[in-house]
Design a protein around this ligand. Structure first.
Ligand code: G6P
Length: 611
């Protein structure tokens, strides 16, 4: 949710910290701050509400120069987004901490620390950590020893970075439930909550594991595992293009990511397709043995990833004949779940760090599922590490908070799952897999055709400029696509948008329809088309304006109050992937028209690592 950057070097590290924060800003962005051990021999901090650019301006106005520092972008959980609540938090003048995550027992600890004379200056749970560490240092003067003792008293989730003016040769880190990575340099080392923040300074990384504590010096890294024993963590080279964090010639990351979809879908398919079938090994070495046993599928995810799961349910039941349930992770994790025998637990997540999805996976392990599969975009994420099987979505870093390319690559991955399960279980009708494999190969080109509708959709977006409410309709597997379209629109344009299965229209939402409420419909050319057309008549009869994305062969045409946008023809099973594109573009252009912050919509965060 929030972002951490730290550095220990021979050169001045302030610009490295700020550049790192900018790269993490997509994760949380209501305030930012940094603390640097200055050449004058003390810790100094700058904090600002708002974006990292505010902090950058503050540092430019009053420069900080030093070789050791930590920095943070915050997305408020405990305490309002104020300067006083922004990290780093200090205890006294010579100890500073930044923190991602949530400390659940902060109230109890706060009372104890107050009893010891500590005065709190913020409402954050983080300030508890820094005072507790300060107190512990009195009996354990070595910073690493004190941190080890301190984290034992913390309940909850944390990624921590710590510096002390009295031990200025080192940067300390602790990970439990919130990711941290060490960036390896030459005579300098770095720390961040996401390697993206450090791509400017290194391409070699060491990922901390759950419970690890690390001491990072300029020329040495020491790591202790959860049992307190020193451990070595493997250094890995990162190959993803460094340009991923740049917008290129696009005005926003979101538009860039929408246009990357043909490429990343292609990449997601690479080395996973045989001549006429999906390679089951793509899901990991245990898949060939496990998949034939699967009799049910339980999908769990949040947000956009949940919508991908809902599409997959139609596919798994229709194409592979496998019963499938889909649930949002925040509900699943707190419900008494009855697990059918031989059920595969599938989690879907762009980040692989979403707190609810991770908790659902951990619960699932206790519940007797056959095995767990993560469909995820981040190979080194907690979700992937903790699952039995993995299929990576290969969308590359997604910076725009509103998910786009992650969704379509999830859908492609879920189609691969459907075909694999269907074949190994013998439930896929003959010829279907070969036909779909062929169509998947052509999909990147079809997505390119949909993207070529860009200008038409930009024009259509004008219909929404002065609207406050919209309805999205779909039927069958296009219903979740309508849900995703509505989510995109509300996330970035702040227009209230709701999605309904078109058949439900007359059971309530029709009462809302009038000339001020545009109704967006996805209408591929399948057996539900005639029923959908009747639903649209119901809207027109109430004066509602229709925007219909329809298969070019669906025989639908423009009319009074009806705007039909012809979509390239595609096999029905893959239509949800193709129809997602114009809905993403529509939201994007409406948001641009409304002048909102497209890549960083208000109140939202890219990766929700707290509950
Ligand atoms: C946040 C993001 C959404 C995302 C959801 C789930 O709400 O803003 O775009 O769909 O989290 O995230 P995940 O990383 O698990 O897919």
């Amino acid at each position: 949710m929030c972002g951490i950057v730290g550095a220990v070097a021979e050169r001045n590290i302030t610009t490295i910290l700020i550049e790192g924060l900018k790269r993490l800003e997509y994760r949380g962005y209501d305030s930012a701050g940094l603390a640097v051990f200055t050449q004058q021999g003390h810790l100094e901090r700058r904090r600002r509400i708002g974006k990292v650019s505010e902090l950058e301006a503050a540092v430019a106005a009053e420069p900080l120069v030093g070789n050791l520092g930590i920095a943070h972008t915050r997305w408020a959980t405990h305490g309002a987004p104020t300067e006083g609540n922004a990290h780093p938090h200090f205890s006294g003048h010579d100890l500073a901490v930044v923190h991602n995550g949530i400390i659940e027992n902060h109230d109890v600890l706060r009372e104890q620390l107050k009893g010891l004379g500590y005065v709190f200056t913020s409402q954050t749970d983080t300030e508890v950590i820094v005072h507790l560490l300060h107190h512990t240092l009195k009996s354990l003067p070595d910073l690493a020893d004190a941190l080890k003792a301190t984290v034992k008293q913390l309940h909850g989730a944390y990624g921590l970075a710590v510096i002390s003016a009295s031990q200025p040769d080192r940067l300390l880190a602790a990970r439990s439930g919130s990711p941290l990575v060490i960036g390896l340099g030459h005579g300098e080392n770095f720390l961040a909550s996401d390697q993206l923040a450090l791509r400017q300074v290194t391409d070699r990384f060491m990922y901390l594991e759950e419970g690890d504590i690390a001491e990072i010096r300029r020329d040495q890294i020491t790591i202790w595992a959860v049992d307190g024993q020193p451990v070595q963590r493997e250094a890995v080279q990162y190959h993803e293009g460094a340009e991923a964090a740049d917008k290129g010639h696009y005005r926003h990351f979101m538009l860039k990511e929408i246009h990357e979809q043909p490429t990343v879908v292609q990449r997601t398919l690479e080395d996973r397709l045989g001549s006429d079938h999906v390679l089951v090994q793509a899901f990991g070495p245990k898949a060939a043995e496990l998949f034939p046993k699967v009799r049910n599928v339980q999908i769990v995810a949040c947000g956009t990833s949940y919508h991908a799961g809902m599409v997959a349910r139609y596919w798994l039941e229709e194409l592979a004949g496998i019963p499938c349930q889909v649930e949002v992770a925040s509900e699943f994790r707190y419900r008494k779940v009855v697990v059918q025998p031989d059920t595969l637990f599938v989690s879907i997540s762009q980040s692989g760090e979403t707190a609810d999805t991770l908790a659902a996976l951990r619960n699932a392990k206790e519940l007797g599922f056959l095995a767990s599969l993560a469909i995820c975009n981040v190979g080194i994420s907690s979700l992937v590490r903790e699952s039995d099987l993995t299929l990576l979505t290969r969308a590359g870093p997604e910076i725009g908070v509103a998910s786009t390319k992650a969704f379509t690559t999830q859908l492609v991955s879920l189609m691969l799952l459907t075909l694999s399960l269907g074949r190994v279980r013998g439930t896929l009708p003959a010829g279907v897999e070969a036909e779909l494999v062929e169509q998947l190969r052509r999909l990147p080109v079809r997505l390119g055709e949909a993207l070529a509708m860009d200008a038409t959709i930009e024009k259509t977006s004008e219909l929404f400029a002065d609207k406050h409410h919209t309805l999205f309709l779909g039927r069958g597997a296009q219903f979740p696509v309508a849900m995703e379209g509505a989510l995109k629109l509300k996330e970035i344009s702040y227009i209230h948008a709701e999605a309904y299965p078109a058949g439900e229209l007359k059971h309530g939402p029709l009462a809302l329809v009038d000339a001020d409420m545009p109704v967006v419909t996805v209408a591929p050319n399948n057996e539900l088309l005639e029923k959908l057309k009747s639903n649209l008549q119901e809207v027109r009869a109430r004066g509602g304006e229709l925007i219909v994305f329809a298969d070019e062969k669906a025989g639908m045409s423009n009319g009074e109050g009806t705007h039909v946008i012809a979509m390239p023809h595609i096999i029905d099973a893959l239509a949800p992937i193709l129809y997602t594109i114009p809905l993403q573009l529509l939201s994007y252009y409406v948001a641009v028209l409304k002048g909102t912050d497209v890549d960083q919509p208000r109140n939202l965060a890219k990766s929700v690592t707290v509950e």
